[in-house]
Ligand binder design. Structure first.
Ligand SMILES: *[C@@H]1O[C@H](CO)[C@@H](O)[C@H](O)[C@H]1NC(C)=O
Ligand SMILES: *[C@@H]1O[C@H](CO)[C@@H](O)[C@H](O)[C@H]1NC(C)=O
Ligand SMILES: *[C@@H]1O[C@H](CO)[C@@H](O)[C@H](O)[C@H]1NC(C)=O
Ligand SMILES: *[C@@H]1O[C@H](CO)[C@@H](O)[C@H](O)[C@H]1NC(C)=O
Ligand SMILES: *[C@@H]1O[C@H](CO)[C@@H](O)[C@H](O)[C@H]1NC(C)=O
Ligand SMILES: *[C@@H]1O[C@H](CO)[C@@H](O)[C@H](O)[C@H]1NC(C)=O
Ligand SMILES: *[C@@H]1O[C@H](CO)[C@@H](O)[C@H](O)[C@H]1NC(C)=O
Ligand SMILES: *[C@@H]1O[C@H](CO)[C@@H](O)[C@H](O)[C@H]1NC(C)=O
Ligand SMILES: *[C@@H]1O[C@H](CO)[C@@H](O)[C@H](O)[C@H]1NC(C)=O
Ligand SMILES: *[C@@H]1O[C@H](CO)[C@@H](O)[C@H](O)[C@H]1NC(C)=O
Ligand SMILES: *[C@@H]1O[C@H](CO)[C@@H](O)[C@H](O)[C@H]1NC(C)=O
Length: 429
């Protein structure tokens, strides 16, 4: 009997089945092995363990893409619900670290650091040396360096992140997970002068490895002040950490230059071969609403901001979304909360060579320009798009570095976050 035997095979593999994702934000996505994976996030006011996969090995229509998702199911590993974690794409896998977990002060993540291997389509827990010396946190950010080390910084620990925590702690110490030895180390702890006073813990910020591979840039979010209260971090004050000599710098945008409005839950993507980071979306810092100025390039040499006008219709303002750069060319803006306060289950693709939203995904990332105007798409003032992108971008595959954003959920300053919802109501101030 032909049909039953096929069913048996399908059931025993049990890895993927078609599904339309539920609307969500504050999850994480990563492109690995010609597939886009999205894990977790908050949906229907609960953190989820949903795991979706999307095939990127063929061209497809973005408008019809919603039908192409599959779910990834895990048979022998119990995947825990999570949001507000950091996600780091590795070559054939991706790492999920920290997070809100169950969103409960009685049930906590058992596996704080896990890895999904896209080759075997299976999860494993990363048990690393020195992990017990760290307090679990959420809303921290992590990025991979060229030496297979993951740099984790920022975030908050409280009575939802682990048992026996009675105080709220914001983290300003650097934590490094060497993936070759599976060991955590704490480079700043050995020498307090490596931690200057301008380094204030942040949450809901972004972390991006710069073009040189030697510096990490921390942008936006909320930061703790002298009284441990959270205030908006100015977008004109970028924290840079040099991983070669463990030195912090406070980089300021030039006087009188454009400064984007403060934001959290945005995304930041290194543009391959350029000293530019693309910052997309975000929420206002004092309310759960999208910022209106939602698309910028940061020059990581001059620390000047340039607004990017994307001419055609696309993802629009969002926060708690994911940004995943695929093959250095196609930037996926996935899920998140929109300007009407609705959670989304769709994605859009930005062609970063022409700064246009595309209707059809191309596996090679080469898109025809929708209009001759698109070369003036960037409001650069003195520097025009033509200068920045007159040639095609380099074809290095850098998706591993591109998805460094960690979306963050709550509004700590007011209680409007209830609009979008989490399981537990927190009152931080
Ligand atoms: C945690 O990791 C272990 C393997 O280390 C796995 O067996 C288990 O299913 C995972 N999930 C939970 C909730 O323990
Ligand atoms: C990942 O892939 C890159 C490019 O192929 C390679 O240079 C690097 O060594 C790989 N990293 C690991 C940990 O295998
Ligand atoms: C993923 O699984 C493959 C096949 O077992 C293995 O060769 C590879 O090393 C795994 N990747 C990681 C990062 O453990
Ligand atoms: C564990 O962390 C401590 C600092 O807290 C450090 O002295 C020690 O070398 C680390 N262990 C390893 C194996 O790196
Ligand atoms: C957790 O902390 C919050 C505020 O920080 C407090 O209101 C709540 O009572 C705490 N819950 C438990 C179970 O300790
Ligand atoms: C919390 O405290 C209880 C009682 O002291 C202890 O049994 C438990 O192991 C602690 N949990 C953690 C995660 O430290
Ligand atoms: C601590 O770091 C500072 C700045 O890098 C350096 O000048 C100083 O020598 C270091 N001190 C020790 C004891 O390593
Ligand atoms: C670390 O390296 C950066 C860039 O080369 C340099 O500007 C800085 O002075 C160095 N810091 C220390 C403490 O050596
Ligand atoms: C900044 O703008 C103010 C007001 O327009 C002007 O007075 C000031 O000279 C400017 N500063 C610089 C450094 O351009
Ligand atoms: C960034 O600023 C530096 C210094 O002004 C400039 O040399 C470089 O060309 C700028 N990068 C881009 C891509 O415009
Ligand atoms: C970039 O693309 C060109 C032509 O398509 C190819 O010859 C070259 O090897 C590629 N470079 C890398 C680093 O993949």
């Amino acid at each position: 009997m032909r049909i039953p035997s096929l069913l048996v095979i399908a059931a025993s593999l049990n890895l993927v089945k078609a599904a339309i994702p539920t609307h969500r934000y504050n999850g994480g996505c990563a492109a690995v092995a010609q597939r886009l994976y999205c894990f977790g996030g908050t949906s229907n006011q609960k953190t989820t363990s949903d795991h979706y996969v999307f095939d990127l090995s063929v061209d497809f229509s973005v408008e019809k893409a919603i039908d192409n998702w599959n779910t990834v199911t895990s048979t022998d590993f119990q995947v825990e619900p999570n949001s507000l974690f950091s996600i780091v794409p590795l070559n054939d896998s991706y790492l999920v670290h920290g997070g809100l977990g169950y969103g409960s002060s009685t049930q906590f993540l058992r596996n704080v650091t896990t890895m999904f291997n896209a080759t075997t389509e299976s999860w494993e827990t990363i048990n690393s040396i020195n992990e017990t010396t760290m307090v679990p946190s959420r809303e921290e950010t992590s990025t991979l360096d060229p030496f297979n080390r993951i740099w984790t910084w920022g975030g908050i620990s409280d009575n939802t992140t682990s048992a026996n925590i009675t105080e709220v702690t914001y983290h300003d110490e650097m934590q490094v997970l060497n993936m070759n030895t599976l060991t955590w180390s704490f480079p700043d702890s050995t020498n307090t002068s490596l931690q200057p006073s301008f380094v204030r813990a942040r949450i809901a910020h972004t972390e991006t490895l710069g073009r040189s591979g030697k510096s990490i840039f921390y942008i936006g979010g909320l930061q703790s002040d002298d009284n441990d209260q959270l205030i908006a971090a100015s977008m004109s004050e970028i924290l840079e950490y040099n991983i070669a000599n463990n030195t912090w710098f406070l980089r300021k945008s030039p006087v009188n230059s454009t400064v984007p409005s403060s934001r959290r839950l945005h995304s930041a993507t290194q543009i391959p071969d350029h000293d530019l980071i693309f910052v997309y979306g975000g929420s206002a810092t004092d309310a759960s609403k999208t910022v209106t100025d939602y698309s910028y390039l940061l020059n990581t040499t001059s620390f000047e901001w340039t607004a990017v006008d994307i001419l055609n219709e696309g993802a629009g303002p969002r926060f708690g979304h994911s940004a995943v750069l695929y093959k250095g060319k196609s930037l996926f803006i996935v899920f998140g909360a929109d300007n009407l306060g609705n959670l989304r289950n769709d994605f859009f693709i930005l062609d970063i060579a022409n700064w246009q939203w595309v209707q059809t995904f191309k596996t090679d990332g080469v898109y025809p320009s929708v209009s001759s105007q698109s070369n003036s798409a960037i409001n650069t003032g003195p520097k025009s798009t033509t200068t920045i992108f007159s040639t095609t971008l380099g074809n290095e595959s850098s998706s591993a570095n591109a998805n460094n954003q960690t979306p963050i959920p709550f509004n700590y300053i007011t209680t409007i976050y209830l609009m979008l919802g989490v399981m537990v109501v927190f009152l931080f101030c």
